[in-house]
Write a protein that binds this ligand. Structure first.
Ligand code: CO
Length: 506
């Protein structure tokens, strides 16, 4: 067999696995959006079966043999060629997955799939004790996973690497340290600011059916293709990639808060725009059509949710339309008052509803807690207490109940330890990319005021979406911006915005 034949065979094989795993994606999507509650057990079995199959298929010695044939050939001479990029990542994943026994993978999926509903019940009743036994099982499995995969210095590295390839816990810790001090100072300035917007404008009854229409108007305007996706409702918003030309957004609307439906939908549509433009027929199901990391993915959702969707220019264009839809509520509210309210800053319990200034503190708290659970320094029974005391330290407020504290996020039920840091890293990447986009595209923010978003989308496509997994996150950032990742662009961006709204100076 020639190297070219081996490569073709390998690509075919991995694509078949991707077809199977996106089939599981449909089941996940249905579980989050429509599945009746009593279907839990059977759905867990379905998902466990598919994860066993994809895992077995991938770690088969055939994959390793084909890889070895290509790796020794001229096909991978140029490190940026399609074959090189794909083989580099297939090798990395193969070496990682081959260490995980099939029984273990199946067990992991079964336990976490069932735990999602236990978590939902615990959250609804605000009772951590309901979730605790399942969480203990999950943490044991995560530790076991890290041990099986292996790590150089720290257990958490092995888990982090699954979401943020190449990142190390110690690097994340030092990036967060500088950011934390700056954010705490910024939030203190805002607390004592000379002027403050009125959040009450957003927190009135707003008809949900009308909110949905408005959210879809925004989605279409920024580039979402309803012929290649749907937008449905859920408890925990997300974006599911079900294959080429099928990207499903799940969002939620609140009857007494108009901002959540808008920002939540724009966020998930931001993820979807990335999916929609990176999945070419040629590269679908391979690393060349994949993302370098969850932080890069999140940088896209935060760009649309915050940098675009909370900008004054964006609302210059959309606010008159919103006023027409909600005439009674908004006809006598000025643009700047609405824009200010959309950028209101105040410590609050729920991460996904947090403003841009306090958000990253929510993430740091989770990262620190996860790290000490995984090392065993923190016991599962002590999570609520530890959470609440750190929350008081960072955000200055007392957590009133577990559903507003450690039970608010679904990630631990999914077994996704190592995931949270990518949210804050995503914000840092988003701000750094935006700083560069402004240099490359003069007057880009003025486009938004005219309802034009195609120049920015094209820039993101060229620089990020169509690059697939050619480069690791840090390298991609260096290539696009000429600098390694830094927290400075985010702070510049925040101070710039809040100077106008709150009248603060640096
Ligand atoms: Co996101």
């Amino acid at each position: 067999m020639t190297a070219q034949e081996a490569y073709t065979e390998l690509k075919k094989r991995i694509r078949e696995i991707s077809i199977l795993s996106t089939t599981a994606g449909v089941l996940y999507w249905d579980q989050e959006a429509y599945m009746p509650r009593k279907a839990d057990d059977h759905r867990a079995e379905q998902l466990a079966q598919i994860s066993r199959l994809t895992h077995e298929w991938f770690i088969d010695t055939k994959t390793g043999d084909l890889l070895a044939t290509v790796e020794g050939s001229d096909l991978v001479k140029n490190p940026e060629s399609e074959a090189s990029v794909n083989c580099r990542e297939w090798r990395r994943l193969y070496d990682r997955e081959v260490k995980l026994p099939t029984n273990f993978v199946e067990e992991f999926t079964r336990v976490t799939s069932k735990a999602i509903n236990v978590w939902a019940e615990a959250r609804q009743k605000s009772d951590f004790a309901i979730f605790q036994p399942d969480l203990e099982k999950i943490i044991d499995l995560c530790r076991k996973k890290a041990d099986l995969i292996g790590y150089e210095t720290e257990v958490y590295d092995a888990l982090l690497d699954a979401f943020e390839p190449g990142a190390k816990t110690a690097e994340v810790e030092s990036a967060f340290k500088g950011l934390r001090t700056e954010l705490v100072a910024l939030i203190a300035k805002i607390k004592d600011a000379p002027k403050k917007p009125d959040i009450g404008i957003l927190r009135r009854p707003y008809d949900i059916a009308k909110q949905k229409v408005f959210a879809q108007i925004i989605a279409v305007a920024i580039g979402y293709d309803f012929e290649a996706g749907r937008i449905d409702e859920t408890v925990h918003p997300c974006c599911n990639d079900l294959g080429p030309f099928d990207t499903r957004v799940l969002t939620r609307y609140y009857a007494n808060d108009i901002s959540e439906g808008i920002t939540g939908t724009t966020h998930e549509v931001g993820h979807a725009l990335y999916e929609m433009s990176r999945q070419t027929k040629e590269h679908w199901g391979t690393p060349m059509g994949d993302t370098p990391s969850l932080a890069i993915h999140e940088s896209q959702s935060r760009t649309w949710e915050n940098i675009v969707g909370r900008s004054r220019e964006f609302w210059q264009y959309f606010y008159p339309q919103l006023q027409r839809i909600f005439y009674q509520d908004l006809h006598n509210v000025a643009l700047d008052d609405f824009y200010g309210a959309m950028n209101w800053v105040a410590p609050s319990y729920i991460r996904v509803e947090a403003d841009e200034a306090t958000y990253n503190l929510h993430v740091m708290l989770r990262f620190e807690i996860e790290r000490s659970i995984i090392t065993g320094e923190l016991k599962v029974t002590d999570i609520p207490g530890e959470w609440n005391s750190r929350f008081k330290d960072y955000l200055g407020i007392e957590v009133d109940k577990d559903s507003n504290g450690c039970l608010q996020d679904v990630h631990w039920a999914h077994g996704a330890f190592g995931y949270f840091p990518t949210y804050a890293l995503g914000n840092l990447y988003a701000a750094q990319f935006w700083q560069q986009a402004q240099k490359d595209l003069p007057g880009i923010a003025d486009d938004f005021a005219q309802g034009k978003f195609d120049r920015l989308l094209a820039w993101l496509r060229d620089n990020i979406h169509t690059q697939g997994f050619k480069y690791y996150s840090n390298d991609l950032c260096q290539r696009i911006t000429g600098q390694p990742l830094s927290h400075k662009p985010l702070l510049d961006y925040l101070y710039d915005k809040y100077a106008g709204i709150y009248g603060i100076t640096r």
